[in-house]
Ligand binder design. Structure first.
Ligand code: ZN
Length: 159
């Protein structure tokens, strides 16, 4: 055995790890505050979200797909990848809308309306296109109704 041991320590950046821990604690806190998909949207079995971010010049900035299930937190806000540095896209409302109507899919888009820097009148203008595909628990989907002909027709207009 050669006594040749080289133990390289990584950069002793003071708090890199701590920061990471803090960040993940933050994320945990956020996740807790957001609640689970099963709590907020009990009808959703699976939610897949495809996000495409483009700059105001239509340049592709980022693209990602989220796959969420009942045990995942409802984090439906994404930071804007644009120059603003402060904007975010929140598509919670779109999920709510889709889940309320049991829509199988939903398309939406939005533009970041933050100034590119504080005090600027130029807006960031980044665009997010969001495509969602949703799967619901069978219980959540109502049985197909009999044709409405069976319904009472008392409301016929008076002659
Ligand atoms: Zn932005």
């Amino acid at each position: 055995m050669a006594g040749y041991r080289k133990k390289r320590r990584g950069p002793q950046g003071p708090n890199k790890n701590e920061k990471k821990v803090l960040r993940s604690k933050d994320a945990q806190k956020q996740a807790l505050a957001a609640g689970l998909l099963s709590e907020k949207f009990p009808s959703i079995k699976r939610l897949s979200v495809h996000l495409v971010f483009r700059s105001a010049q239509q340049q592709l900035l980022d693209e990602k797909t989220l796959q969420l299930g009942p045990t995942d937190p409802c984090l439906f806000a994404m930071p804007c990848p644009g120059r603003c540095g402060t904007g975010s896209f929140d598509f919670t409302g779109k999920v709510e809308e889709a889940a309320r109507s049991l829509l199988p899919s939903s398309d939406s888009s939005g533009k970041c309306a933050k100034p590119i820097f504080v005090g600027s009148s130029d807006l960031c203008g980044c665009e997010l296109k969001c495509r969602m595909d949703l799967e619901y628990f069978p219980d959540a989907v109502p049985e197909p109704q009999e044709p409405a002909a069976a319904a009472p027709q008392d409301a016929s207009p008076a002659p």
